[in-house]
Design a protein around this ligand. Structure first.
Ligand code: ZN
Ligand code: ZN
Length: 62
């Protein structure tokens, strides 16, 4: 079950939290003037920038 997918080449990845094994959920944060797409642990273990492929953010399948 893929969590993120690239619309250009079809690459897909599973993003899970290494602490609790939960699938990361999609979220957005505001930094200065721009919105950054991030993946966060549903159990509040933190967040990472969403994976990107082909120079674009991969699309969350959640
Ligand atoms: Zn790609
Ligand atoms: Zn976690």
């Amino acid at each position: 079950m893929a969590t993120y997918e690239c619309l250009q080449c079809g690459m897909s990845v599973n993003a899970t939290c290494a602490k609790c094994n939960a699938e990361l959920i999609n979220d957005n944060i505001q930094i200065e003037n721009s919105t950054i797409q991030v993946s966060k642990c549903p159990n509040d273990h933190g967040k990472i920038k969403s994976p990107s492929c082909c120079g674009k953010e991969m699309i969350s399948k959640n």
